[in-house]
Every structure is written in structure tokens, then in C-alpha cells.
Design a protein around this ligand. Structure first.
Ligand code: SAM
Length: 292
């Protein structure tokens, strides 16, 4: 077995050798604790027949652990300066492939077909760059990739919002957008001390397990997501207020909105944050014919 990349000393040596300086703008906080890395990989429940897709390998700390526990790892890295480093650190792991691309612009589905076509079990596992956590997760879910789920490190505050339940202060459009596609749970809280440099915020690891079908079925998905955004536009206002302000010609159609709320059995005086995803789905289907 090769020496772990993610020890404080080895990480320092690699960074010094290449004269690497961290770019805050790319969310570069590298993990230097192999126990934390191993626990992240545990949560992905990989087997020898699984493949992992990593976003942002850095110097390969997580990539190495994934390579040891799966058939193949494909990692998207935006920073060209890391490529020669990864070539050295990942040399002992021929089952790894680094793709030099911004994951937000990459054709991830195409890469999966080309690189991982014959592998049935795919997991995304990453210590995400915090400046783009939400866009990356939403891209991976909206593109309906053939993955089992996502295990990723992110800001604790975002993890709280993603996994939040109705009626709590963290519950909002992000919770619903992600819980629509997945079952979300926070599986680890991670201290700042296991990163270099240390981030300014607390971190957590979440596991998103993709549902076979979305949590609810609605007549029009686009309208459902629009309704959710509108319902949380001003958190302190009532649902009726947000709907009449946010829906097109909402004020003129107030009576129709009230009737849709009644048919969906939702009190117009409630706030968006109290509605379950099923209630939003019901409301969406009653409102859609009015605004289609
Ligand atoms: N996986 C490494 C670790 O755990 O030590 C590094 C994680 S670091 C938080 C985030 C990594 O994502 C950095 O290597 C950074 O260069 C890379 N990155 C930032 N934005 C990216 C993007 N849009 N696409 C791909 N990689 C990105």
C-alpha cells in the first residue's frame, strides 16, 4: 500500500515541491485527515464493481481513497496547476482518470458513457468547492445522470438547508428542490482543523440517495418549481400574499388562487415554510390550469 496523500506532512511536501499556492476563488481547502476521508468513502457504500465520480480532486487526497475502494474513479478538476501534481500522486492508481474541465460546463453524461459505460453502480463523491456547491449539486440532479447518489462535503449551513424538514427555519426552496430528487441526510459534521487552509465556515457531509421516481408527481415540473420559488420569496408573508405578488396577474386572479388553495385543502394564511412537498405538489396541480 502506498503512503497516504492526505497527511499534513505529505501534503505540505507535495505543495512545496510544486510551489503551489491556494486559490480561494476556486474553493481550495484540501483535506489532510485520512480518517475523515475514509469515513466519507464509507458513506458512499462502494464495492469493487462501483465507480466514483469526483468533483475537484485537488492533489488527489480523496481520489486515492476512492481508487482503493472502487473499480474506477473519474475526477473533474478546473485548475490546470493541479494536473502535473495529480499525475504524480495518482500514478500508483491506474484506475483513476482526471478530466481537466469546469464541471459546470462539462458534458458529465457524455463522460459517464465514455469512461464508465460498463459500470452499473455510480456514485458522486466529493469535497466540493464551496463557492459553487448548490449549482454543482443541482446540475448533477437536473441532468438526471445514471447515478445512485451523491456523498459530498459542503458548508454545514447549506447541508442544514438541504436536509431541512417543513416548519423549520432552514426549510426552503433548496430543501424541496433537492428532496424532490433524493433522500437527503447529514452523515458527518467536520471540524475546520482537518483542512488546509482552514475554511471560514463549518463543514458537513451529506448523503443524497436518488429516488427511483421524484418524491411527488406533478402535472408540470417547471410550474411546480416556479411555485416553490414564489412561495418562499418573502418568508414572513403568507402564502396567499406571495402567490398574488409572484404569479403572473396574481392580484387580478386572487379569487381563483383562493379557490385553488381551498381545493388543495391549504389555508391561505399559512406560510410557505410550513407546506410539505406533497402539499406544494397538490397546490401546483390546482394552480397550473389557471396560469398555464
Ligand atoms: N478533493 C480535494 C480534497 O478533498 O482535498 C480538494 C477539494 S477542494 C475543497 C475543491 C477542489 O475543486 C479544488 O481542487 C478546486 O480547484 C476544484 N474546483 C473548483 N471549482 C471547480 C469546478 N467548477 N469544476 C471542477 N473543479 C473545481
Amino acid at each position: 500500500m502506498h503512503k497516504d496523500i492526505a497527511t499534513p506532512i505529505r501534503t505540505r511536501d507535495i505543495l512545496e515541491k510544486y510551489g503551489f499556492s491556494f486559490k480561494k476563488s476556486l474553493g481550495q481547502n484540501f483535506l489532510i485527515d485520512t480518517n475523515v476521508l475514509k469515513r466519507i468513502v464509507d458513506h458512499a457504500e462502494l464495492t469493487d464493481d462501483s465507480a466514483a465520480i469526483e468533483i475537484g480532486p485537488g492533489i488527489g487526497a480523496l481520489t486515492e481513497q476512492l481508487a482503493r475502494r472502487s473499480k474506477k474513479v473519474v475526477a473533474f478538476e478546473i485548475d490546470q496547476r493541479l494536473l502535473p501534481i495529480l499525475e504524480e500522486t495518482l500514478a500508483p492508481y491506474p484506475n483513476t482518470k482526471v478530466i481537466h474541465e469546469d464541471v459546470l460546463k462539462a458534458d458529465v453524461k457524455g463522460v459517464i458513457e465514455k469512461e464508465l459505460g460498463e459500470i452499473a453502480d455510480l456514485m458522486v463523491v466529493a469535497n466540493l468547492p464551496y463557492y459553487v456547491t448548490t449549482p454543482i449539486i443541482m446540475k448533477l440532479l437536473e441532468e438526471k445522470l445514471p447515478i445512485r447518489g451523491i456523498v459530498c462535503m459542503l458548508q454545514k449551513e447549506v447541508a442544514d438547508r438541504i436536509a431541512a424538514k417543513p416548519g423549520t427555519k432552514d426549510y426552503g426552496s433548496l430543501s424541496i428542490a433537492i428532496q424532490y430528487y433524493t433522500e437527503a441526510e447529514t452523515v458527518m459534521i467536520v471540524p475546520k482543523t482537518v483542512f488546509v487552509p482552514q475554511p471560514n465556515v463549518d463543514s458537513a457531509v451529506i448523503r443524497l440517495t436518488k429516488r427511483k421516481e421524484p418524491a411527488v408527481s406533478v402535472i408540470n415540473e417547471g410550474f411546480f418549481f416556479q411555485l416553490i420559488r414564489i412561495s418562499f420569496a418573502q418568508r414572513r408573508k403568507t402564502l396567499l400574499n406571495n402567490l398574488t405578488n409572484g404569479l403572473q396577474e396574481g392580484k387580478q386572479k386572487k379569487e381563483e388562487i383562493l379557490s385553488a388553495l381551498k381545493q388543495a385543502e391549504i389555508d391561505p394564511g399559512r406560510r410557505g415554510e410550513t407546506l410539505s412537498i406533497e402539499e406544494f405538489a397538490r397546490l401546483s396541480d390546482h394552480l397550473f390550469p389557471i396560469f398555464a
